[in-house]
Design a protein around this ligand. Structure first.
Ligand code: ADP
Ligand code: MG
Length: 227
């Protein structure tokens, strides 16, 4: 494509002609795309169009059937990429019998952070109140989502992948989430968000990627984008 690779884009995630099949199902077909640091990409598309599969491949949680994925400066092996990864998928990765606070402290410890400080920060950022002291299994959908998001952001990930993150969130929590994603973008995280929420997408801005039957049907670059 004749692009000169600069220092900053060394951290870009690049997919080249990626195909992912599950038996006879072609979840992704010949996907070539690049996700840059300091930008958000919003992925749209109908159910089954390959959005979650795309995120899983970007996050090294699935391997392509063919094609290549490069994570550049984010790391050259899966373990390295996963250390820099913040992930919210369809299932919350929280332990149901631990409290929200314990879940966040556990992840903080795994990333070598001071647990109490990490929780205090998450509490402030996500407006976590008394519910954080109850086991996650007792949570409403929105409370669980807030803990999942807090958990994913605890280590200031360089690669942030969010699959329908506003599911269950009220307006205040959605606004908070937008502000936090913008903060991560400003500190040069690479952000990819799957959403069906047009208001959320609109407010977040960023490049729009439309998927259709496993292919990227259309890309619209954000008008204010610096690239
Ligand atoms: P989306 O997130 O856009 O709804 P997905 O990426 O989850 O779509 O799925 C794309 C296609 O791949 C769908 O047809 C889905 O049923 C199929 N698929 C995804 N994961 C698996 C799997 N683990 N096994 C079999 N088929 C799968
Ligand atoms: Mg999905």
């Amino acid at each position: 494509m004749g692009r000169v690779t600069t220092g900053a884009s060394d951290a870009a995630v690049e997919l080249d002609n990626v195909t992912k099949t599950f038996g006879a199902v072609r979840a992704l077909v010949g996907v070539t795309v690049r996700f840059e640091p300091g930008r958000a990409s919003i992925v749209f598309g109908p159910n089954g169009s390959g959005k979650s599969t795309l995120l899983a491949i970007v996050g090294t949680l699935a391997r392509p059937t063919s094609g290549t994925v490069r994570h550049g400066a984010l790391g050259h092996d899966r373990a390295a990429v996963r250390r820099t990864l913040g992930w919210v998928g369809h299932e919350s990765l929280c332990y149901p019998d631990l409290t929200g606070r314990e879940n966040i402290e556990l992840v903080a410890r795994l990333h070598g952070l001071e647990p109490a400080t990490a929780f205090a920060r998450a509490k402030e950022r996500f407006g976590l109140d008394a519910f954080a002291e109850r086991p996650v299994r007792t949570y409403s959908r929105g409370q669980r989502q807030r803990i999942a998001l807090a958990r994913a952001l605890v280590h200031s990930p360089r690669l942030l992948l969010l699959d329908e993150p506003t599911t269950g969130l009220d307006r205040l929590s959605t606004e908070r989430l937008i502000a936090l994603i913008v903060e991560e973008i400003q500190s040069l995280a690479t952000v990819v968000v799957v959403t069906h929420d047009p208001a959320f997408a609109e407010q977040l801005g960023g490049d729009r990627i439309e998927m259709e039957r496993g292919r990227i049907a259309h890309v619209t670059r954000a008008p204010h984008s610096a690239a």
